[in-house]
Design a protein around this ligand. Structure first.
Ligand SMILES: Nc1ncnc2c1ncn2[C@@H]1O[C@H](COP(=O)(O)O)[C@@H](OP(=O)(O)O)[C@H]1O
Ligand SMILES: [Mg+2]
Length: 267
């Protein structure tokens, strides 16, 4: 019991100082180094029970991330995409837990596109309190900062630079999943006041809004919580928000680890 509370204290301190998000960035970039040798090769994708593809890159990256998290913060449970696919959804853990998607946008990854990401989010009391998203193909990482300390981006090996959402322009532009027809996409973007939109895979959509290049990411269909937790933490730290259909911030630890519709917004 004493050991557990000491571990939680360490996690809280690492979170408040920003040390945690920096360490997550190093872990996500290490996972990127596992993934990249598979990219633009004839990597074999097998189909999971939910009909989505999985590759050796997803599985090896997830194993590395879970091992690194357990080494540094033992006793904090992790809910990770491939472990859930293999063993089923775990019981809802306690106050703190990780949400891990080792390779978001696997479909595009297999097709050789650039927008696939590594995602590690930390949840406390159902809210994403820290997150890191890495895009291996462009060697770029986004992360939340110390509590209330903004959001940051770096190219691998370079110093961190602060990023921030832009003020909503007169003609806001939306980012949308590729999983829609043009007609559906146009309608969804229009519902959120956007006359223009662009299709982009993965949680990169949250990061492009966080750095002030786009304004909204509406989503009407379901996603898994590990698809959005890290991106939401980055976007909120950059001054944006992610709202569920009830107009409240998107929360975590829901039945089946599933999100309903939401909209991510910049300034
Ligand atoms: N019906 C559904 N339920 C849960 N997750 C879904 C889903 N439809 C798509 N997703 C997830 O959304 C991600 C793709 O998002 P986008 O379309 O924005 O690129 C995929 O993540 P993975 O690639 O990690 O499997 C996929 O699993
Ligand atoms: Mg995903």
């Amino acid at each position: 019991m004493f050991y557990r509370s000491r571990m939680r204290n360490r996690l809280s301190e690492d979170l408040a100082s920003g040390v945690l998000a920096e360490a997550l960035a190093d872990i996500a970039e290490e996972a990127a180094a596992v993934i990249l040798p598979f990219w633009r090769t004839d990597v074999v994708a097998t189909t999971k029970a939910d009909d989505s593809p999985v590759t050796l890159a997803d599985q090896q990256a997830e194993a590395l991330i879970l091992a690194r998290l357990a080494e540094r913060w033992p006793d904090i449970p992790a809910v990770a995409e491939e472990a859930v696919a293999e063993h089923g959804a775990p019981e809802r853990p306690g106050e703190w837990f990780w949400l891990v998607d080792p390779l978001d946008g696997t479909r595009g990854f297999v097709q050789g596109r650039e927008s696939f990401t590594v995602n590690i989010g930390l949840i406390r009391d159902d809210a994403p309190v820290a997150g890191v998203v890495t895009a291996p193909a462009t060697r770029t990482t986004w992360r939340s900062g110390a509590s209330g300390g903004g959001a940051f981006r770096r190219r691998f090996g370079d110093p961190w630079q602060a990023v921030r959402v832009r003020e909503r322009p007169a003609a806001p532009v939306a980012l949308l999943s590729h999983s829609m027809t043009d007609e559906e996409a146009g309608r969804l973007a229009g519902r959120h006041g956007c006359t223009a939109w662009q299709g982009t895979d993965s949680s990169l959509k949250f990061c492009l809004i966080a750095e002030g290049r786009f304004d909204a990411y509406p989503r009407s269909g379901p996603t898994s919580e590990w698809d959005t937790a890290a991106g939401q933490a980055v976007l909120e730290a950059a001054g944006g928000r992610v709202m569920a259909e009830d107009g409240q911030p998107l929360r975590y630890g829901k039945p089946g680890w599933l999100n309903g519709g939401f909209v991510a917004l910049g300034g």
